[in-house]
Design a protein around this ligand. Structure first.
Ligand code: PLP
Length: 373
């Protein structure tokens, strides 16, 4: 059994994907071909934003957004302590300082209360200027924007939504990647909408941001002259091949894959919720199930479950084994575990199970039988 079965997905979409790839090969238009702008338009429409600009990966997407706002030394960028490293590394690479915020164990997303406390603490210390909050839509469920947006507005912070795992999720029908002043996603193969390599996208409603994104993703070039470089930029584009693949995959994602992962989640929860803490989706929220993550009793129980699953040829993963405050790269901040009680609890108890749209009821039964035995 596979954790996320991309082979099965390809079998289902083979003829469409093969002909999409062939078309690109025959056109020889490998960089910013017509499929890229077509995809950008479709993605923007799907998430309900005016514009989408694609780029090379989800990490670059975050960095591009921070560059647009001129984030750098002396700036504080708040993000969840319990996330993939890129949510924080992208502000560090620009010389800014990430400020890690504890999560709510219920949803694994950034705690709005802890966010406000961290902002106040940073203001009191007076060393850094609070500029941006990067809420992460972890495991497919949007962060609690109903509470985060007022806090950000109160302290004058921009919101950069890290929707790398959130694409397809929503709150009261409003889609992930529409909540930030700028929002981003990733098309890494294992994400809810993945390509066959690396890819990413930035979403905004601001036309001026679009112009600057298109410039900064191409060495800061002017809109009319490629060799007239006006600011320092990156080389970060989505390949035409990946855009062509994504156009086919987006269709399947919208038509049935998103629905299918929600059915898988429902089936898991029905079978497991008496024995384990199953994922909580808040009222009015909808998840795209980048991961299906349960909480077990403790590290010891987790170890024995992982071994038992492995013995039955069932893969499982620990997302994530440590908080960002525990990463060696941030050792210099000298942050203690006591500041992050819910993150610490999560790192010891989380276990992510196989999750993808092509997981059968038979697979689910096999997995849950092991978990319940
Ligand atoms: C995957 C991921 C990223 C980075 O995306 P890449 O395309 O791998 O660069 C950023 N943030 C989160 C939360 C992610 O899961």
């Amino acid at each position: 059994m596979r954790f996320r079965d991309l082979g099965l997905q390809y079998e289902n979409l083979k003829s469409e994907i093969d002909s999409a790839i062939k078309e690109v090969l025959e056109s020889s238009s490998f960089i910013l071909g017509k499929q890229v702008s077509e995809l950008e338009a479709k993605l923007a429409e799907y998430v309900g934003r005016k514009y989408c600009v694609t780029c090379a990966n989800g990490t670059d997407a975050l960095q591009l957004a921070l560059m647009i706002w001129g984030i750098g030394p002396g700036d504080a960028v708040f993000t969840s302590d319990f996330t993939y490293f890129a949510s924080a590394g992208t502000s560090s690479i620009l010389g800014a300082t990430p400020v890690f915020v504890d999560i709510d164990l219920d949803t694994f997303n950034i705690s709005p209360e802890a966010l406000e406390k961290a902002i106040i603490r940073t203001l009191d210390e007076g060393k850094l200027v609070p500029k941006v909050v990067v809420p992460v839509d972890l495991f497919g469920q949007p962060a609690d924007y109903n509470k985060i947006i007022p806090i950000a507005r109160k302290y004058g912070l921009k919101i950069l939504e890290d929707g790398a795992q959130g694409f397809g999720g929503s709150i009261d029908g409003k889609k992930a990647c529409s909540f930030g002043d700028i929002s981003t996603t990733s098309f890494f193969p294992a994400k809810p909408l993945g390509c066959y390599g690396d890819g990413g996208a930035v979403f905004t409603d601001d036309e001026e941001v679009v112009e600057r994104l298109k410039s900064i993703r191409a060495q800061g070039k002017s809109p009319v002259d490629k060799y007239d470089n006006r600011e320092i930029g990156m080389n970060s584009r989505l390949d035409t091949l990946q855009a062509a693949i994504l156009l086919q995959k987006l269709k399947a994602f919208i038509e049935y894959e998103l629905d299918a992962v929600n059915k898988v989640a429902e089936s898991y929860t029905g079978k497991l919720n008496e024995r384990y803490v199953t994922p909580k989706v808040l009222d009015g929220f909808y998840s795209s199930w980048a991961q299906y993550t349960i909480l077990v009793k403790d590290e010891e129980e987790r170890k024995s479950i992982i071994d038992k699953l492995k013995a039955n040829d069932i893969p499982s993963m620990i997302y994530y084994p440590r908080g960002l405050h525990q990463q060696k790269a941030y050792e210099w901040m000298e942050l203690t575990d006591e500041l992050y009680p819910d993150t610490m609890e999560a790192t010891k108890r989380v276990l992510s199970l196989p999750m993808h749209p092509y997981l059968t009821e038979e697979d689910i039964c096999k997995i849950t039988e092991v978990l319940l035995s």
